[in-house]
Design a protein around this ligand. Sequence first.
Ligand code: GDP
Length: 427
Amino acid sequence: MPAVVVIGSQWGDEGKGKITDFLAERADMVIRYQGGNNAGHTVVVGDKEFKLHLIPSGILYPGTTCVIGNGVVVNPEVVIKELDYLEKEGINTDNLRISHRAHLIMPYHIRMDELEEERKGPNKIGTTRKGIGPAYMDKVSRVGIRMIDLLDEDEFAVLLKRNLQEKNKVFEQIYGVKGFEFKEVFEQYRNYAAKIKKYITDTSVNIHEFLSQQKNVLFEGAQGTLLDNDHGTYPYVTSSHPIAGAACLGAGVGPTEIGKVIGIMKAYTTRVGEGPFPTELLGAEGDLIRTQGNEFGTTTGRPRRCGWLDLVVLRYAARVNGLDYLAITKLDVLDQLEKIQVCTAYEYQGKILQEFPASLKVLAQCKPIYEEFQGWMTDTTDISEYSDLPQQARTYIETVSEMINVKPALIAVGPKRSQTIITEQIF
Ligand code: GDP
């Protein structure tokens, strides 16, 4: 079945941009199914680097249809900025489709996100403050405004008025800040509507058309498994569902349509924001990985916390996503390390834990149990065949894959499209 879901199997930033871009070459359609412009993808094409936050990176291929699914919350200003940016770079954007059921991020969502993070102080979630969480809150509270409403001025005015009445009370009476003027927001969104209405459509129908014609369809998850609202390190999670199952929900297809699930696994671990991280490296090794891997947020520029690969996390990701294959990224970042550690289980109060704990209190006290691997101390960035990888690198990959019980399909040894070793054909 030619429907493939690609997800991040750690805390996000696994290099999904690069892998999705690589697979997108053979995909007829690429779909984002959750999150918003809190995701950041960096794709390198030739000598050019493209940074996208919302529009699927498949847009860089002229023949690929790109869908922003119903499960995404959309800031129209960001869509317009990305469209302008892509058009300036000579990329045709006619193949973009936005679900008419996708919810809108409104200015009051962004303000609320900022105010809430400030209010929480040391207990902040570490959100990107782009209004994603508050937009999902409104969706679940059944007061959200959708793309379909943006196309109907009268309906949009009614919904906006109703929302502002409630929201402004909260801004003024609880936070002591000024609320939003109806006229200003209405005009702003009317202008947005004029610019993006041609892209808004029933994307579930489009996706079904492609699937029924046996075309290659790629579902691209944002963030990562451990940031999933249900399955992640709650409450330090995102407000949507990055796991594979959410592809169906956020795109409007049934689970029987999905053919393969690929988990992207960075050769080590990183994490942005707050919350426990058992294999975190706070010293020189962490700094080396951060510098070598350029581990700074695409959206926020924040330095990422870095640590060794954690197989407790990966076995968990393999289970909750139903992984068929791994796409291993940034193997080259480990090129200079003499010894590499891999966490195979946790020790908690003298007991061995094999399963990822739900309690953050427990997770914070877990000590990683490491297995040591020999580094390969060889530059891998020019290698394109699996058999040309140093023996130690192959041992690392094969042992890790066996321990997770998921085979590798792709191995990335650099940011470029060409720096990808294929071990299994996906499309
Ligand atoms: P994403 O949101 O999951 O795509 O993650 P990031 O935005 O953090 O992307 C990862 C960064 O690493 C980008 O700058 C990529 O160009 C780069 N990258 C992706 N794969 C590799 C790789 O295999 N090796 C190296 N050195 N860099 C990579």
